[in-house]
Design a protein around this ligand. Structure first.
Ligand code: SF4
Length: 474
């Protein structure tokens, strides 16, 4: 089957030859058009080349090897950092690959989250059903680990054989007196984004089920930071300096009891809005808690995140402390960043990440160290996100939604990027081309959020992009 662009195709209302400023694909490269599947063309745009709104927020195209992961993966990565809960995956062992250190979420206390478990369904279970195995596993694990709650994930095969996971969860919950939450996430039901929604629904079942004796009035919940490499702890320190109480962290370094009490916070501060907006919306509807969207990447967005919280509480003292903190950090950081900017001037970066809000912060952070973003894409961006990216980026930047390895490899070569910034699935694309790679996702061991994170980011970009090793690749 050939799904490649046919330049004589009259059924597609979009001009097929990507040449000229009125082309949706921008000028200069007709081969760009030839590598795109017909139905993907509207999901690619070029900054400055046209006014057309990018097509996004839709299911991945069959035949395009999307970089998006499955529903189960989406739910798993969001719930994973809840460190005093049991995470049991009901499915074949392969699904449980999303475990252990695949995500670098750290805990300041219990580490049960790192020991995720699988019912390891076999052929026999698929034929006769896996309910008995699931029940036995839950009882054994709860007995052994005494978790505060249990998340039971259903995977593709369970969606096919139809085990009644809800019923077993209800039964075990009654017998053990802890919340046992079914996470209905068969991978084939959609994409990672649908998994985020499933995870939010699971978390929401805990919210409002307990009240701590006292929650300060000026308290926030941090939503959508997963404490990768301890980033959350950097943010907690900033908020503490400003006099803001952090009530619950969802889900980085998360605890079940804090989540149960999350309805008592005054504000939800949402990073990674792709994964957590849905929870923020449910909490607004049910408990009237307002939310704001922030990013902790890059010094501009980090500073805005602090100022916005102080502004929300209408607290001058808090605002003064935020200003003081930002001033201190700026005077420490700017000379160091200037050093990197001088050396990195002229370097070009390709960005392909999960959420577009992060991509926006990355474009700004890279500009601060002299690096131009020539490709900016995301798995789950919205129309508004892409419009913002278009305005922010230099003319000619390729903007892409829900891309695939063929497109990304082509774009990177066409734009002659020096470094690729992405997640675990983009790493092989970069390395096969012989390009430096910066992991800005699951596996990283270096905090990249906050002011400290900005310096780490500059160091990593510098060390990778300037490494002499690239001279030896083709
Ligand atoms: S797609 Fe299905 S089988 Fe594969 S990891 Fe996801 S849930 Fe498991």
């Amino acid at each position: 089957m050939s799904n490649k662009t046919n330049i004589t195709d009259k059924t597609n209302s979009v001009p097929l030859q990507g040449v000229g400023v009125n082309s949706p694909l921008g000028d200069g490269d007709s081969t760009r058009a030839s590598i795109l599947l017909d139905d993907r063309r509207k999901q690619v745009s070029v900054a400055g080349a046209n006014e057309r709104t990018i097509d996004c927020n839709k299911a991945s195209l069959a035949g395009s090897v999307s970089q998006r992961a499955c529903v189960f993966c989406g739910s798993r990565v969001v719930l994973y950092p809840i460190s005093d809960a049991l995470h049991l995956i009901h499915g074949p062992i392969g699904c449980a690959a999303y475990t252990w250190d695949i995500r670098g979420s750290l805990s300041s206390g219990p580490e049960l989250h790192r020991l995720s478990f699988s019912t390891d369904l076999q052929e026999r279970d698929v034929i006769f059903g896996g309910e008995n195995k699931l029940y036995a596993s839950m009882i054994e694990l709860i007995d052994a680990h005494q978790p505060k709650a249990a998340f039971i994930y259903t995977t593709c095969i369970v969606g096919v054989i139809g085990d009644d996971v809800e019923r077993i969860c209800r039964q075990v919950e009654k017998e053990n007196n802890i919340p046992v939450i079914p996470v209905q996430a068969p991978g084939f039901q959609g994409s990672k984004k649908d998994g985020y929604k499933v995870a939010c629904e699971s978390i929401f079942k805990l919210v409002g089920t307990k009240n701590k004796p006292y929650t300060p009035a000026k308290s926030i919940n941090i939503l959508g930071d997963f404490n990768l490499a301890g980033e959350l702890w950097i943010l907690l320190d900033y908020y503490k300096k400003m006099g803001v109480h952090v009530n619950a962290t969802i889900t980085g370094d998360g605890r079940v009891d804090d989540i149960c009490n999350a309805h008592n916070a005054a504000l939800n501060v949402v990073q990674c809005s792709g994964s957590m907006n849905y929870l923020a919306k449910m909490m607004k509807d049910e408990y009237g808690i307002p939310s704001m969207r922030v990013s902790y990447f890059g010094i501009e967005d980090m500073s805005d995140a602090l100022y916005d919280v102080a502004r929300f509480f209408k607290d001058e003292d808090m605002m003064d402390k935020a200003r003081e903190l930002v001033k201190e950090e700026f005077s420490r950081l700017m000379p160091q960043l200037a050093w990197y900017k001088e050396r990195l001037a002229g370097k070009k970066a390709a960005i392909y990440v999960g959420g577009a809000f992060k991509a926006i912060s990355l474009v700004k952070a890279l500009r601060l160290i002299g690096v131009q973003s020539v490709i900016v894409g995301s798995q789950t961006g919205t129309t508004e996100d892409y419009e913002l990216i278009k305005q922010l980026c230099d003319e000619g930047t390729i903007i892409v939604d829900d891309s695939n390895p063929v497109e990304l490899s082509h774009f990177v070569k066409e734009k002659q990027a020096d470094i690729f910034i992405g997640g675990v699935k983009e790493r092989p694309i970069a390395h096969k081309i012989g390009l430096g790679f910066c992991d800005h996702n699951h596996e990283r061991k270096e905090p990249l959020a906050g002011y400290e994170g900005m310096i780490n980011f500059a160091k990593e970009i510098y060390a990778t992009a300037m490494s002499p090793v690239w001279k030896f690749t083709k």
